[in-house]
Design a binder for this molecule. Structure first.
Ligand code: ZN
Length: 310
């Protein structure tokens, strides 16, 4: 099947900036664009297919009609589409937040929980993230820190650089802070429990906090906040491939393509390609698709096509 080019869904959250349009050429109607959802079947921000026989339909709609097997054999065990991929521009600090596990989220929110991975694309000097606690807390101490505005005294603040990868299991308290541009692969969920929002107002009111649920789901043990060392990049025929993150839900890789690279898409899973730099063309049989920085493509292996061709 020809690659499907996806139109991102955009979010204008209060902390967003203008780098998604400026750096990636993403067409945005907003003054500030916080997130571009590059691969999404989530009802809060659907991707629309831009080319081929499915043009104009949402990816969700196509998957609902074609069945789970459309995404590969490993997707068949999932009740919902498993992942959500975003580009995020934090001009200001994001709220300090936590996401629940699958078990908690499916029971209370009828969505998946959220484990996520951040790949830092660019950042200001001294930009940092908040990643878990610097010391063990009890539930009572966590509640008191939220209520007394002292939460930031017990979290890890980690300086980041372009090329860093942070893996954030569900239950880890975290925040992306100002000046960071990143690519995120996460579970397909929009469940966030916000515990601290720097006293900011949106339309004259503070945004809602979700303190009880956050206390239910947050890992209160101190965590090792060092960025995960990346596997050594593999270079072959002028192309470099770096494994960024791998878990039972997704594998995230960075590809640096020199002249040309052949991509193998298996029957087990679809592949999502997000162009973070440069321009190129994607060739599949007779189809040639241009791919510009800031564009997203969904690739799958079609059994029917393959069996006819072999
Ligand atoms: Zn998060």
């Amino acid at each position: 099947m020809i690659p499907l080019k996806l139109k991102p869904a955009l979010k204008d959250y209060i902390w967003g900036g203008n780098r998604l349009p400026r750096v990636f050429g993403i067409d945005s109607p907003y003054d500030r664009t916080a997130e571009a959802w590059m691969l999404s079947c989530h009802p809060d921000g659907e991707n629309i297919i831009e080319n081929g026989a499915y043009a104009g339909r949402t990816l969700s709609d196509v998957l609902a009609h074609e069945g789970k097997a459309f995404c590969g054999t490993r997707c068949e065990s999932f009740d919902f589409f498993p992942v959500l991929i975003k580009l995020i521009d934090a001009k200001e600090d994001l709220s300090v937040q936590v996401h629940p596990s699958d078990a908690y989220a499916l029971e209370h929110e009828h969505q998946y929980g959220k484990t996520e991975a951040w790949y830092i694309l660019d950042c200001e000097e001294d930009a940092e993230i908040i990643y878990g606690f610097s010391r063990d807390l009890t539930k009572e101490a966590f509640r008191a820190a939220i209520e007394q505005n002292t939460l930031l005294d017990c979290v890890n603040r980690v300086k980041v650089q372009p090329g860093d990868l942070y893996f954030i299991p569900s239950g880890t308290l975290h925040a992306i802070c100002k000046g960071i541009l990143l690519a995120e692969v996460q579970q397909n969920s929009n469940v966030t429990y916000r515990v601290y929002d720097y006293g900011r107002l949106q339309n004259g009111k503070p945004r809602a906090l979700h303190i009880e649920k956050a206390i239910d789901v947050t890992n209160l043990q101190a965590v090792d906040c060092s960025g995960k060392p990346l596997a050594a990049p593999m270079t072959e025929q002028g192309n470099t491939e770096t494994l960024l993150a791998s878990c039972d839900l997704f594998t995230m890789r960075r590809l640096d393509v020199g002249e040309q690279k052949t991509l193998h898409v298996g029957f087990d899973s679809f592949v999502s390609l997000v162009a973070i730099d440069g321009n190129g063309v994607l060739c599949h049989g007779d189809t040639v698709l241009t791919l510009y920085k800031g564009e997203s493509v969904f690739l799958r292996r079609s059994r029917v096509t393959e069996s006819w061709k072999s």
